[in-house]
Design a binder for this molecule. Structure first.
Ligand code: MRU
Length: 371
């Protein structure tokens, strides 16, 4: 299922360790697609049972799709936000130049408020607002055309970042290894290939054979429904485990490496990711297993000092008291449902980015590369 295609240039910055630079075709549907001025999301809530692609015709629909996790994963949220803004602006091309810029700010603010934790959504929308403001005085149609180009650029940059993350992370994976991941930081969570899964796809395409273990990731099962599905579709050797089995698997010697994605990496290198990630990192430390985070620059937030300052999205109680359509907790029970947690930097061996593998001290090294 993995095919080699055209040669691509190595990323700027550090040396690219892989000898061969290649583009990998996973033959998987795209989570976000913009075609002939129309925006489409693959509805990830329907996976692995149905492949349903929905056109997004209003900005309220885009907001709802993001809120309900039809489109999810930090970089995909950035790409969706960049294009989603266009959906919200299309009906206002007759506004005056000033009124149109005000509208851009208004729609961006509306979309940004949808999910607070992943930095990419706000990052992409702020980039769009900045672009619009740089064109003050131009007609609404001209500004809209520039925003469309900017959204396409955000999308293309994300693809290039994921390919580079794959090349930098792949050397960590050797024949016969067991690699654990949590949640879905794969092709479905980005524009192509993924962040945490990109090193796996790349190592596989380079001929190495290894096992991947996917945590199911309660409460919404991104690991089971999405990670296990996409890896299996691509032909990798993937085994699904419940979240509470990670310690057993590590103790048994099945797992030699952990790679996860991130929704926000703060200035000190703390990594905010799907709830349960910090528990996996603590286990990895206990069993002496290297724990890596993979993410693009758009996920690195140097303006937030540490994970303690990141707003953690709290989601509906029903996600915990129901398993699918079946109630599994008593009616009226008190519930907590934080969607993310912060893994402290001292548990992280390295951060795999499109500019290279960043080692501690993260504060200094992140500042040097991305500041
Ligand atoms: O709530 P989700 O499904 O959007 O959470 C996604 C994650 O936590 C991912 O691991 C993270 O966004 C990295 S995606 C490359």
């Amino acid at each position: 299922m993995l095919e080699r295609a055209e040669q691509i240039a190595p990323p700027a910055g550090l040396n690219c360790p892989s000898e061969e630079k290649m583009s990998i075709d996973l033959n998987l549907p795209l989570s976000v697609e913009y075609k002939e001025g129309k925006l489409y999301f693959l509805d990830q809530t329907q996976l692995p049972n149905h492949l349903q692609i929905d056109e997004q015709t209003t900005v309220e629909q885009v907001w709802d799709s993001i809120k309900k996790l039809k489109v999810r994963g930090a970089p995909a949220l950035g790409v969706a936000g960049g294009y989603g803004l266009l959906v919200g602006l299309r009906g206002f091309l007759n506004l005056s130049p000033e009124a149109f810029i005000t509208k851009v700010e208004e729609v961006a603010k509306y979309l940004e408020g949808c999910r607070p934790t992943a930095v990419n959504l706000g990052w992409a929308l702020r980039r769009q607002v900045k672009k619009a403001k740089s064109l003050a005085g131009k007609s609404a149609k001209e500004v809209f055309a520039a925003l469309e180009q900017e959204a396409i650029a955000i999308h293309q940059e994300d693809i290039a970042c994921c390919e580079a993350i794959g090349r930098y992370g792949a050397p960590l994976i050797q024949d016969g290894m067991g690699v654990l991941t949590h949640c879905n930081a794969g092709h479905l969570a980005v524009s192509k290939l993924g962040t945490a899964l990109s090193p796996m796809y790349t190592a596989f395409s380079e001929g190495r054979r290894f096992k991947v273990y996917a945590d199911e990731t309660r409460p919404l099962l991104q690991g089971a429904r999405l990670t296990a599905w996409e890896l299996k579709q691509a032909g990798l050797d993937v085994t699904l485990i419940c979240d509470n089995m990670a310690s057993f698997m590590m103790n048994s010697g099945a797992i030699n490496l952990v790679i996860v994605g991130a929704d926000r990496v703060t200035a000190n290198g703390d990594a905010v990711n799907k709830i349960g990630t910090s528990g996996v990192a603590i286990l990895a430390k206990y069993y002496n297993i290297p724990f890596y985070v993979a993410c693009p620059y758009s996920t690195i937030d140097l303006s937030t000092p540490s994970g303690k300052e990141v707003e953690i999205e709290e989601r509906d109680a029903e996600e915990v008291t129901f398993f699918g359509a079946k109630r599994t907790g008593p009616e009226g029970i008190q519930v907590r449902n934080p969607a993310f947690d912060a893994t402290p930097n001292h548990l992280i061996h390295g951060i795999i980015t499109e500019k290279g593998l960043i080692k501690p001290p993260f504060k200094e090294n992140l500042q040097t590369l991305f500041g």
